[in-house]
Ligand binder design. Structure first.
Ligand code: XMP
Length: 318
């Protein structure tokens, strides 16, 4: 019978045997899969697991430092690499959704390759691939594999991709990954996190990306997500976030006319992201959130709520 505890025991034993005293490199994303994979490997090989957590500058507000601290608290041997400036430089002027994804994928691979070179004699690349990633050609969670496919046609395979691959979660579904994580004592809040796309806020800023727009969207998103948590709604939603629209609209503040930005809020119910329904959030919650955003976030004077389901709309706007 499959139980999380027996899975942990047998997987840790297998990993010890397979890896021995070799060094392993693993990219942490802050998400559930890479975290659970890291903790399993850490149990098996300890300090020989070298984790890399890259800040692409497109994460949620304070996410890089808080998640990095959380990883350190779990005893992981992790290096945080702040490559925000590099990502934002390369993204400057790019408005096309697929163009943004390509740039982010390429820069991620370059940064990750540089960092993995610093880990001498690494023999293995560990990935948090789960069963649905294996059976679907396009990974919804977009672990490095999806971006690597499009990149390696261009510049040849990066060195870290020549390492032997170890994927301890390859046979598990998402709910099993969460149960395994819980049985190893990982913080339930981390295990219950909404999915977040690899390209991050870049695909929630319609049009070109600037650091100013990223900051505005981070503030809006934080108000929305913290509000969901405070209202006990976060766990009833599969995924939520805010989108910065490329329109300005007229508003009024005191005696002044304003002409400022508009944000959309999106919250969906789903099981796998393939189909999704917009969530019927309480009007009182929407009202409070909208007021807080407009009062606190400079540069935003209008908030709309996305009431489109997938299909035909997608979850993300890009
Ligand atoms: P869509 O917008 O296609 O999103 O309905 C379905 C799910 O996939 C996520 N998503 C991505 N994840 N890289 C990722 O890692 C991407 O480029 C990407 N695009 C969409 C989205 O957040 C949702 O969970």
């Amino acid at each position: 019978d499959w139980t999380p505890d027996s899975f942990v025991d047998s997987t840790v034993a297998d990993l010890k045997k397979k890896i021995g005293n070799d060094k392993v490199v693993l990219g942490l994303s802050g998400g559930v899969d890479s975290t659970v994979a890291a903790i399993l490997l850490h149990k098996a090989i300890g300090e020989n697991l070298h984790c890399i957590f890259v800040n692409n500058g497109l994460l949620r507000k304070n996410e890089f430092s808080s998640v990095l601290d959380q990883y350190k608290g779990m005893g992981l041997n992790v290096k945080g690499v702040d490559a925000s400036a590099r990502f934002l430089d390369e993204l400057a002027g790019e408005s096309d959704p697929e163009g943004k994804r390509k740039i982010i994928g390429k820069v991620f691979i370059d940064v990750f390759d540089d960092e993995s070179h610093q880990i001498e004699d690494a023999k293995w690349l560990a990935q948090g691939t789960i069963y649905p990633d294996v059976i679907e050609s396009v990974s919804v969670n977009g672990g490095p594999s999806a971006t690597i496919k499009s990149h390696h046609n261009v510049g040849g395979l990066p060195d870290f991709m020549k390492l032997k691959v170890v994927e301890p979660l390859k046979m598990l579904f998402k709910d099993e990954v969460r149960r395994v994580g819980a049985s190893m004592g990982i913080d339930p809040e981390l295990l219950g996190r909404h999915p977040f796309p690899g390209p991050g806020l870049a695909i929630r800023i319609l049009g070109d990306i600037t650091s100013e727009k990223v900051s505005i969207l981070q503030e809006v998103d934080a108000i929305f997500i913290n509000g969901l948590k405070d209202s006990g709604l976060y766990n009833k939603v599969w995924q939520a976030g805010a989108i910065l629209l490329p329109v300005q609209s007229v508003g009024v503040m005191g005696d002044e006319r304003t002409y400022e930005k508009c944000v959309a809020l999106r919250a969906v119910e789903s099981t796998d992201g393939m189909t999704a329904d917009w969530v019927n959030l309480p009007y009182e919650f929407l009202q409070k959130t909208s007021n807080e955003i407009i009062n606190k976030v400079k540069g935003v004077n209008r908030v709309v709520y996305d009431i489109s389901s997938k299909p035909p709309a997608t979850i993300e706007w890009e």
